[in-house]
Design a protein around this ligand. Structure first.
Ligand code: ADP
Ligand code: MG
Length: 475
């Protein structure tokens, strides 16, 4: 068993060497603000798992964030590093972040206590080997049912597929692959499937697990040299759901393990349901054979909610909250908050809570007032991811080509357009933009911007094209 080229033994001994004595430092002044931003950005679950007990030291200019083990540090830096740095720079201009390792445990030659996950902040406590590995009630959000899911054009295929899968005992399409941007209802649909099966077919065994948890359990199993128990939990399962599978990308052994689990279940005619933020072929940190295998069943994408769907969702949620919201306010929200359903819901919750607290009825003025910051953010927020996606679609190239090293004109030019638009439409710095495009240098971004300006100056059709993209993104 190997982790990034190391044997499991080497990995375990490295983890124990990571246990260094702990020195207390003053936390940087703006650390609490960053912590809050992390919580809002990543959501409560991820926050608890990875960030709750981060140890911050240094100062606002150069802050060091320490995690209990090297594995956690690598994981957090690889998956969240860019975003954390971006969030930090929104607070502290030019602020730098380093990642390190610390453990609130004194060094011990035989590192047994240090390897107890209960000692790891944010990790599920308790005896790892005794802990049940199957998905418990607590993993499922009671609000995420089919009844509470509002169906519209952008999600009807995914919804129909989810219903079908939930009601059939032999897999019609295997796997069902749900993909779409953040906050569009992937997790909601998966939980809905699980609730439905639990209620109507209680004898069927369902496991729902985030890809992060899959990884974490797998690494923990390696560490305890108990991969058998890890594998066993999947053996008798009828339906396996792995959420946010893009997180499995990059880690070779976990991919391998996932691939085996996946194949074993599909071969035995068990239903597998996967979600990701990209289509299978765009999962660029995923091995080719796994990518193609994931696309074998039904691939259903969730598109961003249209105005009608947003309005529909608002009506459904307001009714659930039992709160009176004037149509004008609903329309205003559906019109203004376009980023994703989660934010839309958050906005409605906020005005409902506010109205209740101060005993005011909900009005348009009050809404604008209470949501001022959110509305501003929705006005200007265009992300590099969106730009890449739109531009790739427009020029009919693969999203992964935005990050790839390919230099062929037909991919290089659209990539330059995307860099140009990223510079124009987002507040990101040149190095940040470069990083988002497959780790390119900031000079490459400068070159791209110049090139596009140059081309626009003498090629009117090209200029129009870029302008069209800009309008699409801003619209
Ligand atoms: P994802 O997993 O795609 O990032 P979630 O499933 O977590 O998104 O959805 C984010 C929030 O939006 C959840 O609270 C979910 O209930 C809600 N939501 C998303 N789509 C719908 C929908 N079509 N109808 C009702 N609620 C929705
Ligand atoms: Mg989700």
């Amino acid at each position: 068993m190997k982790i990034e080229g190391k044997t499991a033994e080497a990995f375990v001994s490295e983890v124990s060497q990571d246990i260094v004595s702990h020195t207390l430092h003053e936390a940087p002044e703006s650390w609490p603000a960053l912590r809050q931003a992390l919580r809002e950005h990543f959501g409560e679950t991820a926050y608890r798992r990875w960030f709750e007990n981060l140890h911050a030291s240094g100062n606002d200019d150069v802050m060091t964030l320490k995690l209990p083990t090297r594995f956690m540090r690598d994981w957090v830096e690889a998956h969240y590093g860019d975003t954390i740095r971006t969030l930090w720079r929104q607070l502290i201009r030019n602020g730098r972040i380093e990642f390190g390792v610390s453990a609130p445990i004194l060094k011990k030659p035989d590192a047994a206590p240090a390897l107890n996950p209960a000692a790891m902040p944010g990790m599920p406590a308790g005896d790892a080997l005794a802990a049940p590995l199957a998905a418990g009630e607590c993993d499922l959000d009671p609000r995420f049912t089919f009844d509470n899911f509002v169906v519209g054009k952008p999600n009807e295929l995914a919804y129909a597929a989810a219903r079908r899968v939930a009601d059939s005992d032999t897999p019609g399409f295997n796997p069902l692959f749900l993909y779409g941007g953040v906050g569009l209802g992937k997790t909601h649909l998966m939980h809905a499937i699980a609730w439905h099966i639990r209620r109507h077919y209680p004898q069927r065994r369902v496991i729902y697990m985030s890809a992060e948890k899959f990884m974490y359990q797998f690494v923990r199993a390696l560490r305890y040299k108990d991969t058998v128990a890890f594998k066993d939990q999947f053996r008798s399962v009828d339906v396996l759901m792995i959420d946010d599978v893009q997180f499995i990308g990059g880690k070779d052994t976990t991919q391998e393990e996932f691939f085996h689990t996946f194949n074993a279940l599909v071969d035995r005619n068990r239903q597998v349901i996967i979600s990701a933020d990209k289509s299978p072929q765009d999962l660029d940190r995923m091995e080719e054979r796994l990518r193609s295998r994931l696309g074998w069943g039904l691939v259903a994408d969730l598109h961003p909610a249209t105005y009608e769907l947003r309005l529909g969702i608002l009506h459904a949620k307001a009714e659930k909250l039992g709160c009176q919201v004037p149509d004008k306010v609903m329309e205003f929200l559906a019109h203004k908050i376009t980023s994703n359903v989660r934010e839309l819901e958050g906005a409605l919750n906020r005005i409902a809570a506010h109205a209740q607290l101060v005993g005011r009825t909900i009005s348009l003025e009050m809404t604008q007032d209470v949501l001022a910051d959110l509305l501003r953010a929705n006005d200007r927020r265009i992300t590099i991811d969106e730009i890449q996606k739109k531009v790739a679609e427009h020029y009919n190239i693969r999203l992964s080509d935005m990050h790839s090293a390919r230099r062929a004109r037909q991919v290089a030019r659209p990539r330059q357009v995307a860099m140009y638009l990223a510079k124009q439409l987002t507040p990101r710095s040149l190095p940040e933009i470069g990083r988002k495009f497959g780790g390119r240098d900031h000079t490459t971004v400068i070159h791209a911007v110049r090139k596009i300006e140059e081309l626009s100056a003498y090629d009117a059709a090209f200029k129009e094209d870029v302008e069209l993209l800009r309008r699409l993104l801003q619209g």
